[in-house]
Design a protein around this ligand. Structure first.
Ligand code: 15L
Length: 268
């Protein structure tokens, strides 16, 4: 049987990396974004709309088996914008899923929900206390809370992905620890889609980086088996930026890096 999966914010960078990797003969990807996606591949359909429009989102969620919620604001912004686009947008996504009878939602949370934590000796587990580094990080704490609420109230399967740096390649020395490769990102989403009855979970979105700070245990528990390691880029990055000073460089001491001192509420 053909399954339909709704991806919100599908026109963004993460959506663009995921689309070809999630293509399957027996799957339709329903792509929702404010920005038109005009390079639709076979097996893709486009819905123009906002994650803050409950009617549009409920219609988009009809007939889908899962929602991958990437839509909203991906960096620091004004309190009004992050509340509207991320917190309200998450409510709308979960509520649309509930109204449409879709019982699995994957939320794109972020390491910035816990960005003020100091990088410790071992891998930081996913169940550390919320410790946002920005209004953006605060909106991701709220996102995770809303996911938990919809699981507790309605039994919806919700997985919050605490994403590190999900880019085609690691861009700086911090990303030697925080990178999530395009292929591993897709592996993680597939694990979230296929695991039986996950309930509510928080899982780090990180590759199998030699220098990672975050635990892979929660991901492995749902079948995530990352295969990439940012170490492949270490020589090149260290030649460009210098040897990382893990204990003294402020960008490397707290897991949120530069977000921990970026002016609160300033548009990034
Ligand atoms: C995020 O949450 C952002 O969306 C992304 O642009 C990066 O800044 C990433 O975190 C990161 O921490 O590298």
């Amino acid at each position: 049987m053909t399954e339909r999966i709704l991806i919100t914010g599908a026109a963004g960078l993460v959506g663009s990396m995921l689309r070809p990797r999630m293509a399957r003969p027996d799957r339709i990807l329903r792509l929702l974004d404010l920005t038109t996606v005009d390079d639709l591949a076979p097996g893709e359909e486009f819905v123009q709309g906002s994650v803050t429009d409950l009617d549009a989102m409920t219609a988009a969620a009809e007939g889908v088996s899962a929602i991958v919620h990437l839509g909203g604001q991906s960096r620091e912004g004004t309190a009004e914008d992050v509340v509207q686009r991320n917190m309200y947008g998450t409510y709308v996504t979960l509520e649309a899923a509930r109204r449409a009878g879709c019982d699995r939602v994957i939320l794109a949370s972020s390491n910035h929900a816990v960005g003020f934590h100091v990088r410790g000796e071992g891998d930081l587990p996913a169940d550390v206390d919320p410790r946002p580094d920005t209004f953006y990080g605060w909106s991701k704490v709220a996102m995770e809370g809303a996911g938990r609420l919809y699981n507790d109230r309605f039994g919806m399967d919700v997985i919050s992905l605490r994403i590190g740096s999900w880019f085609p390649e690691p861009a700086d020395v911090r990303a030697l620890a925080t990178w999530l490769s395009p292929d591993d990102g897709a592996r993680l989403v597939e694990a979230c889609l296929s695991v039986a009855s996950p309930g509510y979970r928080v899982v780090w979105g990180v590759s199998r980086n030699t220098r990672r700070w975050w635990s892979l245990a929660e991901g492995e528990a749902i079948g995530y088996d990352p295969r990439d390691d940012a170490e492949t880029y270490a020589e090149e990055l260290i030649a460009k930026f210098g040897e990382p000073d893990w204990d003294n460089d402020p960008a490397l001491v707290r897991v949120g890096g530069s977000f921990t001192w970026f002016p609160l509420g300033q548009v990034m």
